[in-house]
Ligand binder design. Sequence first.
Ligand code: AKG
Ligand code: FE2
Length: 333
Amino acid sequence: MNKSEVSILRLAGEESPKAATIINAANGIASGAVNEALTNRGFCIIRNLFPPTLLDEVEKRASPYLNKPAIAGAPGYWKVDHPKVILNPFVLGGPVNSILLNEDVISAIETFMGSECILAETTMKVDFPSRYEYFPLHSDFAVGWAKSDKIIRKLTGDDLQQVVAIGGAFYFHETHSGAFSYCDGTHKLLSPKGQKLSNYNTEEQTIISSRKVRCDGLRGDLVLFDDRGFHGPDQPSREIRHVILMDYFRVDTIGRLQVSPMPIWSTDIASLSPIQLRVAGVGADYMIPPHEYAKARFQKNALYPFLSWLVDKAYIKDHLRNILKSLIRPKKI
Ligand SMILES: O=C(O)CCC(=O)C(=O)O
Ligand SMILES: [Fe+2]
C-alpha cells in the first residue's frame, strides 16, 4: 500500500463529519475562527456579512441577464451546457464589487494563506433541477496542475503542502438540496490520484464521499473552502440554485495571474480601494484570453454558425426597404 492509499484509509477511521462550521460575521470576520475551520476541515460558512439591501440590488441588476442568452450585444447569460446558465458577475457593476472584492473576506483569506491573493476567476450561476449529476465531486488542484503556458511551472508536491487557492460560494437564497458540498478533511489528502474522484478505486471513492457535508445555508451566506479538498454541488437536485462562485489564488504560489481578465466597469474603478484593485487584478497577467476561455465555448456549439447567420440577418427587412426606397427615389451621390 502506498502513502496516499494509507492517508485515504486513515480518513475512514475518523469520526463522521458534523454540519458545516458557521462563523457569524455580524461584527466582522474573526480570522482565528476561519483559520481553524479551513485548517482542520477545509471549509466554513461566513454568515451575516452582507446586508440584504446589497443582495436585492445585485439581484435586480442580474435579472435581465439571467432570463435570456447574450446575443448580439443584448444583455444575457452565457451557455456551456444544458442544466445551467452562467454570467461573469462583474458585468453587473456597482454593488456586486462589494461581494467579489469584500475587504473583510480578502483579509481573512490573506491571513490564512500567509500571502497576497488575487481573484483569479468568478462566475454567477443558476443551476436548474436535474435528474442526473452533471458536476461530480472533484478537487481543483493536484500535482502537475497548470491552466496554461503562462504558469511558469506546474504545481509541485511541495506547492500543494500549503493552500493554493480559496474558493467561495455566495448564496442568493436559502439553499439545501443542491447546495455546495465539501468532503470534510480531504484537503489533507492533496489529491494523490488527481482531481477527478473517478480516478480513485471504489473503496477510496466511498471513503471520500462519506466525508461529504452539504453546506446548507441562508441568503447572503458565503462558503469559503480550500480548493485542494473534494467538493461540488449536491447533485442530483430537484431545486434551482443561484450562486456566485469565486476563486482567490495564492500569489506566492501561482503568481499575480488571473485565469482570464475581469470586465470591471470604468465608472466603478475610482471607488475601489488599493487592496480591492490589487485583488481585482490591476497590473496582473492572465492565463487565457476571454475569447478562448472555456466559458465562451458556445462558439463551438453545432448551432452557433446557424444562429450567427440568423443574427446577421436580423435587420434584413429594414435593409431591403431602404434599398427599395433608394431605387424609387435615388439620391445623387
Ligand atoms: O457549483 C458548485 O457548487 C461548485 C463549483 C466548483 O467546484 C468549481 O467551479 O470548481
Ligand atoms: Fe471546484
